[in-house]
Design a protein around this ligand. Structure first.
Ligand code: PMP
Length: 434
């Protein structure tokens, strides 16, 4: 018998089982408040698109409409425009990746690529291996296809190969089907950590030996601040790696253009899945981006972004050193994020309302785990606010963290009262602060 719905949603009983993974996060409402101008948001991952001169895009737009307007306004191929795919090869070559124009499938951002790849491979109950912590909206995709996400630990050098081997062995012993390993090996979201070259080789070796595909998601690789990072995993291994790229961070996310470079057979299925989902990725934005890449010094523009984000990373690390010296955090050499570890008895999720009240926002660590871990972590992004706001945001955060620590000290000092008034639980610290 079908569920008859409820007062809030008449169609409650009609949803597919897979939508169980689509629950809105508890912190969503807070983020609405956090987007007010008086709040310093270190929560989102919005690229600083104001560093992209608008006239560069306006020029590309005008030339596109003048020279190939009807094509730009028409449906296109499910694989994406050949001219853009040529440019994508040049972009990937910067990270050591070689491929042919036919190997690239253009998608509506790399987010859509994540959805398509998962749709192709994951049956309900299949295992997806993912770094701990992992990109939050990838986890949402995996959950929405009813995958079981199994996390593998990382350290400051990225995925730990021994942990990967152990996890695979345990899952296999359990009779589980592992479909792929999802990883952001370069300037990870949320960790900021980069997988070393030696570990890239080792992780690929382990996956090859166990017949496990690697899904390499690389939005940040070109946004390095010091030396370039190790080359992409896809540059080492072609048959066992599906590579995801995007123009969202090196150009602008509003174009919604990403791509997949996949082994041949997978690519064919991806094109069919892309057609089923969107018919063709936007001809309009593909044409403009293609024109931009043909006529503008796009590498110089990426250098501009690197400079902007380097300055902001420096501002964040300096402010953390100055205001929160007792915490620990990662030291990213590129990308957008710093991953902070709080003292053991603090809880980043329950602390967030207080932070927003103090006019600073961050993303609680639990968002990046499928298994409820991450309570003592938080992600700070330095991509959007100016260095001055970043510093002020960290100062406000230090007020919140120190306030929480003081509260804990107070409660632990009054703890004996509990024995005097056993029914009065108002003085007991909440369980999640323990
Ligand atoms: N993967 C990772 C790791 C990301 O950080 C993001 C954006 N935050 C995406 C994929 C999706 O990016 P887009 O769809 O804009 O290409």
């Amino acid at each position: 018998m079908t569920n008859q719905g409820n007062n809030l949603d008449q169609w409650y009983g009609h949803y597919a089982d897979r939508t169980a993974g689509l629950a809105a996060s508890e912190v969503r409402a807070l983020f609405a408040v956090a987007s007010r101008p008086e709040v310093v948001s270190l929560a989102g991952g919005m690229p600083f698109v104001s560093a992209l001169p608008q006239d560069l895009i306006a020029g590309a737009f005008e030339r596109t409409m003048r020279d190939s307007g009807p094509t730009a306004l028409q449906y296109g191929s499910g694989q994406g425009m050949p001219a853009l795919r040529e440019h994508i090869l040049d972009v990937m070559a910067l990270e050591g990746i070689r491929g042919g124009v036919d190997d690239v499938v253009v998608t509506t951002g790399s987010q859509h690529a994540l959805e398509l790849v998962t749709k192709l491979f994951v049956n309900p109950g299949d295992v997806v291996l993912a770094e701990a912590p992992s990109y939050v909206t990838a986890l949402t995709v995996f959950k929405s296809f009813q995958a079981q996400v199994s996390h593998v630990a990382i350290d400051e050098f990225g995925l730990i190969p021994e942990a990967l081997e152990e996890r695979i062995a345990a899952l296999k012993a359990d009779g589980r089907t592992i479909k792929f390993l999802y990883t952001v090996p370069t300037f990870g979201n949320p960790s900021g950590v980069t997988l070393t070259w030696e570990r890239r080789l080792r992780v690929l070796e382990i996956c090859r030996a166990n017949n496990i595909l690697v899904l390499e998601d690389n939005p940040y690789g070109l946004l390095y601040f010091d030396a370039p990072p190790p080359q992409a995993m896809r540059s080492i291994e072609t048959d066992g790696v599906i590579y995801l790229g995007t123009f969202s961070k090196t150009l602008a996310p509003g174009f919604r253009l990403g791509w997949v470079l996949a082994p041949h057979a997978i690519r064919e299925k991806l094109i069919l899945a892309n057609e089923a989902a969107v018919l063709s990725p936007s001809s309009f934005t593909q044409s403009i981006v293609s024109e931009y890449l043909s006529s503008v010094d796009w590498k110089a523009q990426i250098d501009v972004f690197r400079g902007v984000y380097r300055e902001r990373r420096d501002a964040m690390l300096a402010a953390l050193d100055d205001y929160l010296p007792d915490l620990s955090w990662t030291h990213p050499n590129g990308g957008f994020y710093v991953w902070v570890t709080l003292p053991e008895n603090l809880d980043s999720k329950s602390m967030l309302p207080r932070a927003v009240k103090e006019l600073v926002a961050y993303t609680p660590g639990t968002a990046f785990f499928a298994d409820g871990n991450g309570r003592t972590n938080l992600r700070l992004s330095f991509c959007y606010p100016t260095p001055e706001f970043i510093r002020e945001g960290i100062r406000r955060l230090s007020t919140v963290v120190n306030g929480e620590l003081e509260l804990l000290t107070t409660f632990s000092q009054t703890a004996p009262l509990r024995t005097v008034r056993p029914n009065e639980n108002i003085i007991s610290p909440p369980a999640n602060l323990g």
